[in-house]
Ligand binder design. Structure first.
Ligand code: CO8
Length: 258
């Protein structure tokens, strides 16, 4: 399918989705968000894809929701259409792993989109922020919720109330991003991580994603039970026999997603 605001490329089981609205620093308008959700769902359904990367340009992952598009909307408009609800549910419904490769600005909805991915690899030029407060509004797609779970209350309040930007180094220290690399190495690093994931059994990959995400939704005892049941269930797979057998035979496992 041809897209106007994103580029999609699949190579070696990795689907690379590049946000492509350079004239607006990849601001997330309705068209881009809808195309992104469609591309993610296509990748989720494709046998050729085992891991997904979402990235932007060197200057901007995404500078937020599109302010021009939102500026004239009324409360009745945004409440009636439940702005961003459907599209964010489509994005968080993806079962294959999604890595956000972030360079430059990841602001407002851009930071929230990165947080909806499974982990963030950042270049040393990345800048994260929730500057919605400067526009007379507040985050609407996770900036007050996911960010608080990732970096704690004090830093989340600081970011959300002052609207300041957080550099990559601080974001890594705070637990928002998993790795920081020089800008030139960002895509190699993200692709390398995606290829590592692509080598695993997709059954254990999807179960792991599900279990980690569950930890944000349920109390610890429920989460531990959920994890244990998923762990038990993987013993019904051929890939468990193959993975453990290969270790004991000192050879590489050949997973078949069965
Ligand atoms: N929306 C629309 N256009 C944008 C946006 C945006 N968020 N950000 C940048 N642009 C446009 C600019 O208007 C400009 O266009 P033009 O050349 O036609 O005037 C072009 O991109 C380049 O931008 P700048 O000239 O401003 O570039 P600078 O390098 O000087 O500054 C900044 C870069 C600091 C990133 C600056 O552009 C900026 O502050 N942008 C806005 C950041 C912001 O406030 N983001 C939050 C938006 S609100 C939001 O995200 C709400 C989230 C709710 C849920 C979202 C679900 C997706």
């Amino acid at each position: 399918m041809a897209f106007e605001t994103i580029n999609v490329d699949v190579q070696d089981h990795v689907c690379l989705i590049k946000l492509n609205r350079p004239e607006a620093l990849n601001a997330l308008n309705t068209e881009l968000l809808s195309e992104l959700a469609t591309a993610l769902e296509d990748a989720d359904a494709s046998d050729k894809v085992r891991c997904i990367i979402v990235t932007g340009s060197e200057k901007a992952f995404a500078a937020g929701a599109d302010i021009k598009e939102m500026s004239e909307k009324s409360f009745v408009d945004v409440y009636s259409e439940d702005l961003f609800a459907k599209v964010s549910n489509r994005i968080i419904g993806i079962r294959k792993p999604i890595i956000a490769a972030v360079s430059g600005y990841a602001l407002g909805g851009g930071c929230e989109l990165a947080m909806m991915c499974d982990f963030i690899i950042a270049s040393d030029t990345a800048k994260f922020g929730q500057p919605e407060i400067n526009l007379g509004v507040m985050p609407g797609m996770g900036g007050s919720q996911r960010l608080t779970r990732f970096i704690g209350k004090s830093k989340a309040m600081d970011m959300n109330l002052t609207g300041r930007f957080m550099e990559a180094e601080e974001a890594e220290r705070a637990g928002l991003v998993s790795r920081v690399v020089p800008a030139k190495k960002l895509m190699d690093e993200a692709t390398g991580a995606a290829q590592k994931i692509a080598e695993k059994s997709q059954l254990s990959v999807m179960a792991t994603k599900e279990a980690v995400n569950r930890s944000y939704e349920v109390p610890l005892a429920e989460g531990l039970l959920y994890e244990r049941r998923l762990f038990h269930s993987l013993f019904a797979t051929e890939d468990q026999k193959e993975g453990m057998g290969a270790f004991l035979e000192k050879r590489e496992a050949q997973f078949r997603d069965k």
